[in-house]
Design a protein. Sequence first.
Length: 339
Amino acid sequence: MQHLIVFTEKEKQQLLKKRKGETKFGEHIQLIPNLTKIYVDIVNLDVDYVVFGINEDIGITANLGKTGAYKAWDATLKVLLNIQSNALTNAKRVLILGHLDYTKQRNAIADLDVSKKKQLSKVRNLVEDIDKDVTHLVSSIIKAGKTPIIIGGGHNNAYGNIKGCALANNEKINVVNFDAHSDFRAEEGRHSGNGFSYAYAEGFLKNYFIFGLHENYTSSNLLNTIKKVKSINFNTYEAIEVRKELDYSSEMKNALNHVSDKKFGIEIDCDAIKNIPSSAMTPSGFSVKQARQFVNYFGKDANATYLHICEAAPTKKSETKIGKLITYLITDFIRAQKS
Ligand SMILES: N=CN[C@@H](CCC(=O)O)C(=O)O
């Protein structure tokens, strides 16, 4: 795993802001001292969750989107390590593994002109390399009996999550996706808009529920496709929050029915949440409270297999806000699983 950079005790100490009389989450988490073989390193560790970041936005570049998601992991660590450690946050059950690093690859594509077909396909080929790493890492974590919590990166990484889970369990998995977009675009080379279509076409994804699709950002072709395929179900943000034809809680129940008959992944695209800096930031979207309720609701189910939070693109100004958002979602998931 040449791109996996393990999170070290030294880095942890640099980020921890200790306070007398209090214990921070980072003081109780587990780390692995050396990386040998990921499965062997974690299989005997007494933890339930393996949290790791994917420092890339190459998939977003390959989808001609707005970059910056490679910074979400660092933003998250700064906040996550410094929340309180108490009976409600369960830090001892958490391994902070580290991150997949693609700095070199990001630099190598910086000067490419993605409006040119050949150069775009170079970027899309790089996404396939990332896919291999994510697939291997997720499948090793699941085979070791732990639950992956993945902080992206672009939504292209849904593909590696799904394939990794399916390979580890030796069967297709289901997914519920909290997202303004279907990410079911054509198989035209890998990017952040086709993680689910590739996973479906290659036989790793079975039932797929898209929660809160934006009607303005779904092409006519895609709408026809997702209406036609029986194993795909969806609702729209407009039907729930604008026209009030559907009720948020009942829709979560409906989505759970669609995915919970077997192992399923929970995908949270931060562009579904109002005003969160991301590739497709929107002034009209679900609230942070609704996103947290969503993670809690699906995280409670015994078949919930992984959590992926992606597409948030922090700036200097929004770094703490994004770190806090992602930390709330991570801890909501852990609490939900415990209950
Ligand atoms: N993962 C995001 N997919 C969206 C991106 C939209 C955008 O960046 O504007 C899509 O392909 O539609």
